[in-house]
Design a protein. Structure first.
Length: 208
């Protein structure tokens, strides 16, 4: 049975990566007008919802699996993560400047948190500096506009398929051609330094 601390760490590891060694690269913009327009439309997408499966590997070995539901509404979000057997659950809600979390594990008492900063909360629980706020952009296939990104690559349909941002290597694929702009259904984030940590998000359903 997953205990409370492991459930919290599972969530935090499942939605972001440990930082990795910084590599110096030039910032590049989309090479075509179509790619630029696609990225602009993705940046303008403020309301969406996904259902996904998250798998975490360490040193090439399976570490954990969880199910993720994320609803984004502007700058606010409601994140729910559930263990494979449904006996552990974590919910994080952001409403304006207020961020709260509720943890439920089997028959243990419900635990609630009032959070000033979600990244600090992640760091305190896991001991890792995790950019949780950035994931709201990465999920939909776009860099965090608040930071520089490096070495972008695009596919033949002008979808962004990989970048390095804040020292993390992010890859996107399985784009839905029936959606405009096209949204990724698979996201893979790898610790670039030695590949010891890999997080794969398989999105089963997109709603916008």
């Amino acid at each position: 049975m997953i205990n409370k601390n492991k459930m919290l760490k599972l969530f935090l590891c499942g939605i972001a990566l440990h930082g990795c060694e910084h590599l110096e690269r030039e910032v590049k913009q989309p090479s075509t007008q179509e790619a630029l327009s696609s990225q602009q439309r993705l940046q303008q997408l403020k309301q969406w919802k996904i259902s996904a499966k998250v798998t975490v590997e360490r040193h090439g070995q399976h570490y954990s699996t969880a199910y993720l539901n994320w609803q984004q509404n502007g700058e606010n979000y409601d994140i729910n993560i559930t263990s494979p057997f449904g006996d552990s659950h974590l919910q994080i809600n952001k409403d304006g400047k207020a961020i709260t979390a509720t943890s439920t594990v089997a028959d243990a008492p419900v635990k609630k948190y009032n959070i000033k900063n979600i990244d600090d909360f992640a760091n305190k629980l896991s001991g890792l500096k995790l950019p949780v706020e950035q994931l709201q952009y990465w999920i939909k296939g776009t860099p965090d506009p608040r930071q520089e990104y490096f070495q972008p690559e695009y596919d033949a349909n002008n979808n962004l398929i990989s970048i390095i941002q804040d020292d993390w290597y992010i890859q996107w694929n399985r784009f839905d051609p029936n959606q405009k702009p096209q949204l990724p259904h698979k996201i893979k984030a790898t610790q670039e330094k030695n590949g010891s940590l890999k997080v794969t998000v398989i999105i089963a359903e997109w709603k916008k």
